[in-house]
Design a protein around this ligand. Sequence first.
Ligand SMILES: NC(=O)c1ccc[n+]([C@@H]2O[C@H](COP(=O)([O-])OP(=O)(O)OC[C@H]3O[C@@H](n4cnc5c(N)ncnc54)[C@H](OP(=O)(O)O)[C@@H]3O)[C@@H](O)[C@H]2O)c1
Length: 273
Amino acid sequence: MNIDGKTKITGIFGYPVEHTLSPAMHNAAFKALNLNYCYVPFLVHPDYLEDAVKAVKALNLPGVNITIPHKEKVIPLLDRISEEASFMGAVNTIVNSAGKLTGYNTDGRGFMQSLAESGISVKGKNILITGAGGASRAISYYLSQEAKALYIIGRTKEKMDRLVNDLKASGRNNIAVIEDLYVIDGFHIIINATPLGLKEEDPLPFDTSLLKEGQIVCDLIYKKTRLLKEASKKGCLTVDGTGMLLWQGALAFELWTGKRPDVEVMRKALRKE
Ligand SMILES: NC(=O)c1ccc[n+]([C@@H]2O[C@H](COP(=O)([O-])OP(=O)(O)OC[C@H]3O[C@@H](n4cnc5c(N)ncnc54)[C@H](OP(=O)(O)O)[C@@H]3O)[C@@H](O)[C@H]2O)c1
């Protein structure tokens, strides 16, 4: 990478941030398109989030990604919020257009792209999501636009009800909370949007003995979790969270540069990491 007087700096604000795979993915994509950009991790303590956001303007950065724990707290610090980020109550990408900062959230569209590239269509499907946190909210915003029916199951009733009510308020009527899971035959697609599976010793998010051959099982965690391994054994098609990570990054790249990245270059960089 050649840094010179015209290099544009993007990056990610997080705390912690050391684990991020985004620099590898974005820097490879900038290089492939010969764009004079670079992407760096910024360890931003929550006490300095406001200063860091002001620095995006002060330093004339084209934009940054935002990750845990800043995705929600950053919203009041921005000039504009896109419709999807406003629904999600979370921003993962900031774009600086002539000193005005707009917050976007590319996570949900990233997930939809990862389904599409696996040849999975959501149209007319019955879908179950476990968990009602930020990632569940991000994907359900898009899934509910196309699915026949979308069901949410989780452990905190108020959070699930809030998500379902917010989706209903934005015109979706194909969504409901379910409280107990006895059979899962009726679902074409089942998605784990909880952190269960991050650690080897975690329990499964649901009883995988209920799965049937041909069902589609997705995990937003970006590795082959025990859930996905068990689902594969049952003859299910599985999708891990790597594709979502890849595509949310590709969409952010496009927002900053106006150019489509070479997604295969990004995928290769992610795999290498
Ligand atoms: N692939 C990607 O690009 C991508 C992007 C974003 C997130 N993710 C992954 O998605 C997962 C969820 O992230 P998030 O941002 O939505 O987190 P979050 O906002 O903290 O929400 C987590 C959800 O999981 C539930 N949960 C947490 N621990 C649980 C447990 N032990 N048993 C049952 N339910 C539990 C929570 O329930 P309560 O409401 O009761 O707390 C909540 O509904 C994480 O693993 C994250 O790594 C992946």
